[in-house]
Design a protein around this ligand. Structure first.
Ligand code: BG6
Length: 507
């Protein structure tokens, strides 16, 4: 029986880590991310009493809104969350301000500076500022330059920049963007956000591995035969064709979210729990990772694109028929690939990574499959041996499960796989916070542990460069295979594993 216990991490956060007086400036405040994720996360922090009373949010975008219009748009977007808590919203929304601005216009920067000084006076925010870029990635570099030239990044202790993904489009552009950003601010001021790192279960990979004595000794090539990392979604491209057409699943999901899960799963233990020690180990493992076939990358990567599907009652359109998508598009909505990590721990262990839209289930998980028992003692009496598996469930049903064989009841000696399970909800009794709650708090606290450092982001892009180049220069070598909506991707992805005598897990 599981018992409900208090989550010590949360209590710890509330008690020990206090956000200083702060003005959070969001560029791109009229966009989707602000009302869908950022403002709800800030309101949650407010309700958890983790925001200081000297807090302000300055929404910035080109639209000519007033403070009142911005507040009411956010209120509408939060819907029932506000309706259920009108008093808290009233208090919180008093700290919401809006400024119409174009970062490319120097006169607008003068206005921004004055506005921030004003807010410092009204809300006692003491000149502490976190600038959040939720704009088109084309403006990350010029935006940083504009802030630096206005002197808004000159104090490394009081000013930070948060940059959304994608950070660059490939290795070369990520490197140039890093140089540009670092010419405007110290690396310690830069917070490259990947919302997967804000997920409780992604962080739990570290705790599970390094706080338990039983896992680390077997977490290597001697015991693990392969690792599968999956992020599958049921949704299609929705209203994001403009962005997605030039990104595709490789840039949208693999280079960041899946690679971060891989890094946490495969990294060496850090010397101590310190942001740089952790990020050093993540960078090292990414530098040791490579495509399984570097000479012929098409042998280890499959791209797919969803076609029609669904039911007569609920038909689903093909990617190419979605609004805003080129009818001849070759953008991939599915990727599967095989990687190796060339180090002592993982030499020869395949890491299979896959992600796709319009698959049958929404789920993200890491599955470690252990080697078979060396002797099949019970085979002769009808016990077909299975491999033990440890499944880290990132979402939904956050938790973990371990699969192992037991004797089936009865007179024979047949074995059967069963599961031992841990569920966050059963054990802790409360749903985990959205990733943005944790990450916004950490950025304002100046804790970079869960943000991607410049060398990590470059190593991640470098890993996929041969594929990105092939897609651009000789796309016929990496064709997009069509797959029916709400199926598990193209048959070619199954063949990728079949060649190694394996199957994808069908959760
Ligand atoms: C985003 C991608 O970063 O992650 C989206 O741009 C994707 O395309 C989303 O849908 C998935 O996030 P989550 O948290 O729902 O798994």
């Amino acid at each position: 029986m599981t018992q409900s216990i208090t989550n010590p991490l949360r209590v710890g956060l509330r008690q020990e880590r206090v956000i200083s007086p702060q003005c959070l400036v969001i560029f791109g405040a009229s966009g989707d991310l602000t009302h869908r994720k950022l403002v709800p996360a800030l309101f949650e922090l407010f309700n958890q009493r983790r925001l200081p009373s000297e807090f302000a949010l300055l929404g910035c975008a080109r639209r000519k809104w007033t403070n009142e219009e911005f507040r009411s748009k956010m209120e509408d977007a939060l819907g029932s969350t506000v309706a259920n808590n009108p008093i808290a919203w009233k208090q919180f929304s008093e700290g919401l301000f809006y400024q119409s601005i174009d970062l490319q216009h120097p006169e607008d920067l003068v206005k921004l500076k004055e506005r921030l000084e004003d807010i410092d006076r009204i809300r006692a925010t003491h000149g502490n500022r976190t600038f959040y870029f939720s704009v088109s990635p084309d403006f990350y570099g010029s935006g940083c330059k504009a802030l630096a030239s206005a002197g808004l990044l000159s104090d490394p202790k009081r000013s930070r920049i948060v940059i959304e993904k994608p950070f660059g489009r490939d290795f070369g552009t990520a490197q140039s963007l890093n140089r540009l950003v670092q010419s405007c601010a110290n690396e310690s001021q830069v917070f490259r956000i990947d919302h997967y790192l804000g997920k409780e279960t992604v962080q739990n990979i570290l705790v599970l591995r390094f706080a338990n004595a039983i896992f680390e000794p077997i977490w290597n090539r001697n015991y693990i035969s392969n690792v599968q990392i999956t992020a599958s979604e049921t949704v299609g491209v929705e209203e994001r064709a403009g962005y997605y057409e030039s990104s595709g699943a490789l840039r949208d999901m693999v280079q960041n979210h899946l690679t971060q899960m891989l890094a946490l799963t495969a990294m060496e233990p850090p010397g101590h729990f310190d942001p740089e020690a952790i990020r050093n180990e993540k960078a090292k493992v990414l530098q040791a990772a490579r495509l399984a076939d570097e000479i012929e990358p098409s042998n280890c990567c499959v791209r797919g694109q969803y076609g029609t599907g669904g039911t007569d009652l609920n038909p689903l359109s093909a990617y190419r028929d979605e609004p805003g998508v080129n009818p001849n598009s070759t953008t991939e909505t599915y990727v599967a690939m095989k990687l190796f990590i060339d180090n002592w721990r993982w030499q020869g262990v395949p890491f299979y990574v896959r992600t796709g839209k319009r698959l049958p289930k929404r789920l993200s998980e890491v599955v470690l499959t252990f080697r078979e028992a060396p002797v099949h003692l019970f085979e002769a009496v009808g016990g077909a041996p299975t491999s033990n598996q440890l499944i880290l469930r990132i979402q939904p049903n956050e938790g973990a499960e371990f699969k192992f064989d037991v004797k089936s009841p009865g007179s024979g000696m047949r074995s059967r796989p069963v599961e031992m399970e841990f569920s966050y909800e059963d054990s802790f009794g409360e749903p985990s916070d959205e990733g943005y709650v944790r990450l916004l708090a950490d950025a304002m606290l100046g804790d970079p542990t869960l943000f991607t450092r410049s060398d990590e982001v470059e190593a991640a892009w470098r890993l996929y460069t041969p594929l990105l180049e092939m897609i651009q220069d000789t796309p016929w070598q990496l064709p997009v295979h069509n797959y029916e909506s709400r199926t598990w991707g193209p048959a070619a992805a199954d063949s990728l594993l079949a060649r190694d005598n394996l199957l994808w897990r069908r959760p």
